[in-house]
Design a protein. Sequence first.
Length: 337
Amino acid sequence: MADEPIAVALRRAADLTAAGNSDAAIHVVRGVLDEHPTHSEAWCYLGAAYLDAGDAESSLDAAKQAIRHGERSWGYRLASVALMELGRRDEAVVSAREAVRRDSQDWRCHVALAEALGMDDPQESFAAACRGIQLANNEARPYEVLGDAALRVHDKETARRAYYEAIKIDPANQHARTNLVRLGRPQLGTTTTPAQAEPVVQVHLGRIEELGLWLALRRASIGLAIGSLVLMLVGLDETYSVLGWFGLVLLLFVVFVVGSAWVKFARGVPVKKTLLDHRMLAVAAGLLGLSSVLLIVWTVLVALGAQTLNPLTIVLVTSVASVVVSALAIWRRSHPK
């Protein structure tokens, strides 16, 4: 088979598995492996089909073959799920940790770890679920797993918000709907969104919303720090006529990142009360605001013909301080006590 027919066959197998026709999916993937027995991705598709068919032993064997033939992280994730089905939780955690080590930017690895840790280490499970959302806040599955993890650490409000987010993204998510009912929410229709079922007036930041703001502050602060450093290095050649425009672009970037996050996570929340209730957030926002103001001052000075880099030094220092505060806060919220 050429690469394209293999890809088509595997896509067909995935569709069959998603449709619940795992036997047909297994038949399709077996045909691929008969001709390409070292195709690691095909072994993963086979393992997923076996898992859907309820054959965890065969799924684990397929995952091991995928790992043996060089699959990066999917094989370890698949093995973790199969091991959990077989009741071998300690081994499942080891496999999920290896998946995270191999591909720490894949949200599915962190979700697999959160599920494997489960009740054995609910705090770390919660932290792993938070990292999954950091990497994929447009996917329903991380929110669903975060809801489960939040219940295990007895944080019902975060669980409710997580399940609501999961349903917003995937209205057919029955797991999230069922758990919302168990948490005391009314039964949601299969086509009803959370906003239609029960309007929520947000008067304070929940853990998910606060984490979203912290991530935006960190992203904006890193961008400002890197941008100011680049401006300083370029300014050594005294090309000031162009630098002002780059400073303006940098400011627009900061405004866009922070503004978008506020609209998404904190619209309707009183600004003064939020900053008073979240002192570290106020500190980080203050540092970022000071950096932005100084960048504006420097941009205006350059536009007026001044040739100085002194304000940029303070911009760099304050933005780096904001990065440090944000990173510390994110770590603390991802590792609740």
